[in-house]
Structure formats: C-alpha cells, structure tokens
Design a binder for this molecule. Sequence first.
Ligand SMILES: [Zn+2]
Length: 378
Amino acid sequence: MMHHLWIAKNLWNELLFHAKQTYANYGRFPTRNSLQIMVKKSGLYSQTQQEIAHRIEMAIWRYCRLKRECKKAGFPRFKSFDRMKSVVYSQKDFWLDKKLEVIPFGAIAIVKHRNVSGVIKTLSLKRESSGRWFAIFSVEEPKGLKATNDGPSIGIDLGLRTFATLSDGTRIANPRHIRRYEEELSFRQRKVWRKKRRSRNRKKAIIRLARTYERLKNSRKDFLHKITRKMAATYSMIALENLACQEMAEQRFGKHINDAGWDTFADMLCYKAENAGCKVVFVNPKETTKKCSNCGKIQDMPLSARSYQCSGCGMLKDRDLNAAENILARATAGHAGSNACGEEREGMPLNETRNREQDSRCATTSLSHEKREPAERI
Ligand SMILES: [Zn+2]
C-alpha cells in the first residue's frame, strides 16, 4: 500500500510539472485528455491513475476559479511522500466481505465500523499521518422520497464565547477542544525535539504526536457532526452568516476560530440539511451585531459589550441573541419579497454541491453577491 502511495505521489508530481510546463510554453493548462494520456503505464491501475489526473485537474481548476474571484489562492504544490494521503480503487479491483480484499494486496483485516448500505462504487485507502490506514467507500443509494420537515425557522449566530446562539435563545457552549489537548500536544512536541535526529525513537515520538493531533481532529468532528445533525432534523430553515472565516482567522483569534470550525459547521449543515428536508440560507454578515433587532437602529458595539442596549427603543438583549434574531430576520425578509434570496439547496445533487462548495454558497447567499467581508464581531 505504501508502494502504491509512493507511485501516486510521483505521478502527481510528474503531472503537476507537466501542467506547469504546458502553461509556460502555451499559456494554458493541459486538457484532461492530455493528462490522462500521460498517466499510462505508471504501475497503478488505470482508474487509480486517472483519478490522480482528475485530482490535478480539479486542483488547477479550483486555483483558477479563486484567482478569477480575486481571492487568495496558492497553486497546487508538489507533494512529499507524507503529503500523499490516499489512493482510489475502482469497483472491480476490490471486494468487501469479512475482510477487505484488494487485488494486489490480497485480504486485509479490517475493523468494520458499520454495514455499508447501497452499491459500493469506489474504495479509497487513506493513510493518516499517525500511520493508521482507513478504507473509505463511496456508495450509490437509490434516490428515495424527499424528506419533509415542518419544524420552525431559526437564525444562528456563531461566536467564540458561546459556539452558537440560536434565535430562540438556545445556546451551545464552545467546547474549546484545543484547550483539552494543548498540554499534551506541547508535551509530545517537546519529546520529539529532544530525540536525536533521524533516530528510531524520534520516529516513534512523531507518531505519538500525530496520534494526539488525530484525536483532537476527531473530537472536533464528532462535536460538529452531532450538533449539525440535530439542527438539520429539528428546523425547516436555518439562517447563517456568510462569514469569511479564513480572513477572520488571519486577523485575530486565529487559533480559536479554526478550533471552533465555523466553516466545517456550515459545510456539514448544508449537506445534512439536504437529506433532512431543511433549507440553509446564508445572509450578509454586515451589521448583524450592530443593528437593533427591535427597531433597526444601528449603533457601535465594542467587543467587550456583552449585551445590546438600544439607545432608540431601550431594548436590552444579549449581544449574540440580538445578532441571531437579525440573521433570521434577514433570511426571512428575503423570502417574503423577491426570490433573489436564499434558494433551496435540496435540488442539487450531492457531488455537484461538494465540487462547488464555495460556488453554491454564493448562489444561496441571500442578500447579495458582495465580497464576503470579515464580520466585526467575535
Ligand atoms: Zn432599538
């Protein structure tokens, strides 16, 4: 398996080099066809090779799109062996029983987390940096009836002190995963530094460090999966701010914004909502904190002010709750008026949504297609 990863890594680098050369010579990137011709005879299965060509194509395509939108984007990079994480096998190269049989490797003992429903289409073998391997199956399920959901509508304000404040007053505390692992991480990191370079003990220490990071990652994911699933099942419409998380993280509180995982939260919510008959609407984050949800007056809100006291109508409310109500109001106001706001995301096939995460987000942005701006609050 390592050998296959190694070939895949070399192939990636070759193709990327080819793409760069083509661009330097002809001023455009190679077509998918020319990439697919190049991958022949690398020693991997044909589908596996082509999947890598496809990855390169997608990476370049994504880069070009971000550039077009004048966003920060880095060109796909050459990979070291550690950075090549997975290879994909097609249907005919493996089968799943009590063990997983992949043709070149034979039977592999696995821990089966759950039964697979639907028709298995592809398998990807993924290596985590901690050295553990995962088998990931993609399946095709027959399209069932669309789920319906007649729960209430809700606006959500994401923050750091409380992870999410819902417009009905519910608060979800920020679990601050990184705090739980901080000590262990620095301990493991120190262990790595103290070991002699290139020694076997250093390797072991690095794996232990990677395991800790993996646990941190898993606990983050677990938390987000649980709350997004619950929300998608409870509400019929969810309004969120269209935050530019990356830009915000670069400015201030980067560690904690990344730890909270607002972006992942939004992505998970979108795809879960699709299956649960729920609708996710993204609204412009401008002045959601500064505006009075009662009379609409706008006043300055320093970060330290935890409650909103309106100088116009005298309303006193929690800062985040006020914002959540504004977000909900923005999302629903659009619906009552024109259909310029908040299209449903249900109709879109899943893979398409995945491929165009950012695009489709723009499409559902309710108030405008303006550039996403870092919101003024944390
Ligand atoms: Zn007011």
